[in-house]
Ligand binder design. Structure first.
Ligand code: TRP
Length: 330
């Protein structure tokens, strides 16, 4: 069984794009691997969030992941700041991470350009903290999107460098986790744009109630309908079909494809069906979110258990790192 580590940034609520793009695969992945999921609250500090918001943000993400099917009995789910081992490994790895390579990282350059008034050392060393997250469990695989590939590449570099420097074979070089035979699905937005995203403001959130979903879907961009049989669909209509394919049955999709091809399509019907099937996916999750949110005892138990399991795994590696680097007790 492989060890998989996945970090989740604690910002914002989860939407259908997150669910179908990644989360649903995680639910499956956890059954076949030794998975560590954690909420990267230290990482969120690079932007100085409001202390009043920090805990609430962590709670949100934790609750939504649990509600969507991450099982704390199967996986290890924890809050990064509950595991002090990560700080120690971060410090030690930083001694072998160089200013030149860190400042050349795409995400650093991008953030430094956007927020020139807050180019802090945490931002610069974001990749070493991420490497510590991954290497402290000696992960085999990490599920990351395109935007995080460079960070994973740096993790491999840090691992290799440590092994070479001390002439050991401690760290594995973690690879990207890709679901076999399954391309990552890109979930389009409801506004005709190609991607559902928080900053695009075109999301169906897992926490949205049925009325909200109906309203959002109703507002989705459409037109007069096709002018000729079997015509090509414009992007914004194609997007609605893509969403339908994700949440509805094949029969439903075939039905509307046919209506499109024969110019008999009624967007009102399609939207009604789309909203209904989206609600079928989100509603049970939303109900669990609400249950879990109000269950302080459960959240306490889950995070305590997660922290214990994560610390047990991490402390083994950190102990070895200390020995290798020459720390000795008196
Ligand atoms: N940097 C990741 C992101 O922005 C979050 C993250 C932090 C992470 N540590 C990680 C992801 C370790 C995978 C493994 O999405």
């Amino acid at each position: 069984m492989e060890t998989v580590v996945s970090g989740i940034r604690s910002t914002g609520n989860l939407h259908l794009g997150n669910y179908y793009g990644a989360l649903r695969n995680f639910v499956k992945m956890q059954k076949e691997n030794n998975c560590f999921f954690f909420i990267a609250d230290y990482h969120s500090l690079t932007t100085h969030p409001d202390p009043k918001m920090l805990h609430g943000n962590v709670k949100n993400v934790l609750t939504e992941y649990l509600a969507a099917g991450i099982d704390p009995e199967i996986s290890t789910i924890y809050v990064q700041s509950d595991v002090p081992e990560v700080c120690e490994l971060y410090l030690l790895l930083n001694m072998h991470a160089y200013m030149g390579e860190l400042s050349k990282t795409a995400s650093f350059k991008d953030k430094a350009r956007k927020n020139p008034e807050n180019v802090n050392a945490g931002l610069l060393t974001y990749p070493t903290l991420m490497a510590a997250d991954i290497l402290m469990h000696n992960a085999d695989r990490v599920p990351v999107g395109k935007d995080q590939e460079q960070h994973l590449e740096m993790t491999r570099k840090f691992a290799r460098r440590f092994n070479n420097l001390y002439n050991v074979e401690l760290f594995k070089e973690p690879k990207v986790y890709v679901e076999e035979g399954q391309e990552l699905i890109k979930i389009p937005g409801l506004d005709g744009s190609g991607k559902m995203g928080k900053s695009e403001g075109n999301c169906i959130y897992l926490i949205d109630d049925p009325k909200t979903i109906e309203k959002k879907v109703k507002r989705a961009l459409t037109d007069e309908g096709p002018k000729a049989p079997n015509s090509e669909k414009p992007d914004y209509i194609e997007n609605l079909f893509t969403l339908l394919k994700v949440v509805s049955t094949q029969e439903v999709v075939d039905h509307f494809e046919e209506k499109w091809n024969t110019c008999e399509i009624r967007y009102g019907d399609l939207k009604k069906q789309l909203a209904e099937d989206m609600i079928k996916t989100t509603n049970p999750i939303r109900e669990r979110i609400i249950d879990i949110q109000n269950d302080e005892a459960y959240l306490h138990k889950v995070t305590k258990m997660g922290a214990e399991k994560a610390r047990e795994s991490a402390s083994k590696i950190v102990k070895e790192v200390r020995q290798i680097m020459g720390f000795k007790p008196f």
